[in-house]
Design a protein around this ligand. Structure first.
Ligand code: NAP
Ligand code: ZN
Length: 349
């Protein structure tokens, strides 16, 4: 199946229109028309080869929603016209202990990433959701609850599940004291989820510029992370911190904010961190952890939670030809709080 899309052809080239083939449907595949696709900071990291592993041409996009336009012969979960959603995974081994308990993101063989991955059957490169059509095995397409607005839901599939999952893993609920570092795409979803779960929420931002937004999102306060006095005053006041900072940074200023047995979960930076010290870890039994996206069952649970509680991201809808400008702005943390591409702006193949 021929599809149009947008691709980066090198680390310093802007994204440009790209036409390519999607595989013919296998017995357990669906094809979907992509209607809306969110822009994750990972798309930007990968397009610019920040992690040194990008293969070009690179078609980004790992949070998107759309409608089923074809089904393979054995497909039972979805039918033509259904609204479906796809996140960061297209496949996994489905046999290992992690896959069997619904933690496909931790598949022992490695899950197949939606872009820059390799198809498990053919070995072909995977291309993401900045494209008109997508082909995916049926289990990896989630059901979109009818009450969720398609034009806003796409970011739930990455920014949403990446922050929902650690909040669930660390048992956040009424009475929990949660901190969120960085009020961007992931950060603003972490705030919305933690608030919806009944937690007391503190946003840790580099300046006070987003204070009104933080409060409007439901947070109890915004703490300016560069204000040493205010940070010292907030010592031992949090049980869990979700760290969404996208670059190398220091953890040391944040660790004393955790109470005894508290945990700082890194979901942002992939790679080196600034040198830290074990002192706040030992004297306070604090922990540093990491967390990648979430499994399929938990992603469906998150979509159903969002539908019930009407938790949706704050989106700025753009046309596909505005994607390079959006990347520039995302790099400067100038988005409130997630760009979403209206894929109707992409020409038909
Ligand atoms: P984003 O929208 O750009 O938000 C990041 C926020 O971090 C910014 O809004 C900013 O908030 C703060 N920030 C930016 N640069 C900073 C710096 N140099 N020092 C301190 N704070 C800084 O990005 P995103 O889409 O939320 O993604 C965040 C990171 O998560 C990316 O690295 C992405 O690759 C990663 N990610 C990981 C997973 C996973 O599975 N674990 C999934 C998706 C994304 P303030 O202005 O409030 O300071
Ligand atoms: Zn992402």
């Amino acid at each position: 199946m021929k599809t149009t899309g947008y691709a980066a052809h090198s680390a310093d080239a802007p994204l440009s229109p790209y036409t390519f083939e999607r595989r013919e449907l296998r017995h357990n595949d669906i094809a979907m028309e992509v209607l809306y696709c969110g822009i994750c900071h990972t798309d930007l990291h990968m397009a610019r080869n920040d992690w040194g592993a990008t293969r070009y041409p690179f078609v980004p996009g790992h949070e998107f929603v759309g409608r089923v336009i074809a089904v393979g012969s054995d497909v039972s979960r979805h039918k033509m016209g259904d609204a479906v959603a796809v996140g960061c995974m297209l496949d996994s081994c489905q046999r290992c202990d992690q896959c069997r308990k619904g933690e496909e993101q931790l598949c022992r063989e490695g899950h197949t990433h939606t872009y820059n991955g390799m198809d498990r059957v053919t070995g072909d490169p995977t291309y993401g959701g900045y494209s008109k059509f997508m082909v995916v095995r049926e289990e990896f397409a989630l059901r979109m609850p009818a009450a969720l607005a398609l034009s806003k839901a796409a970011p739930l599939l990455c920014a949403g599940i990446t922050t929902y999952s650690p909040l669930r893993t660390w048992g956040v609920g009424p009475g929990s004291r949660v901190g969120v570092i960085g009020l961007g795409g992931l950060g603003h979803m972490a705030v919305k989820f933690a608030v919806a779960m009944g937690a007391e929420v503190t946003v840790l931002s580099r300046s006070a510029a987003k204070e009104a937004d933080a409060l409007a999102l439901g947070a109890d306060r915004l703490l300016v992370s560069t204000d040493a006095k205010a940070m010292a005053k907030a010592g031992s006041s949090l049980d869990l911190i979700i760290d969404t900072v996208p670059t190398k940074h220091e953890l040391l200023p944040y660790l004393p904010l955790l109470d005894i047995d508290g945990t700082l979960v890194i979901v942002g930076q992939v790679g080196p961190l600034a040198e830290t010290s074990s002192v706040p870890l030992l004297f306070g039994r604090r922990r540093i952890a990491g967390s990648p996206i979430g499994g399929l069952a938990e992603t469906q649970e998150m979509l159903d939670f969002c539908s019930r509680k009407q938790v949706l991201p704050d989106c700025e809808l753009i046309r596909i030809d505005q994607v390079n400008e959006a990347y520039e702005r995302l790099g400067q943390a100038d988005v409130r709080y997630r760009f979403v591409i209206d894929m109707a702006s992409l020409p038909q193949p």
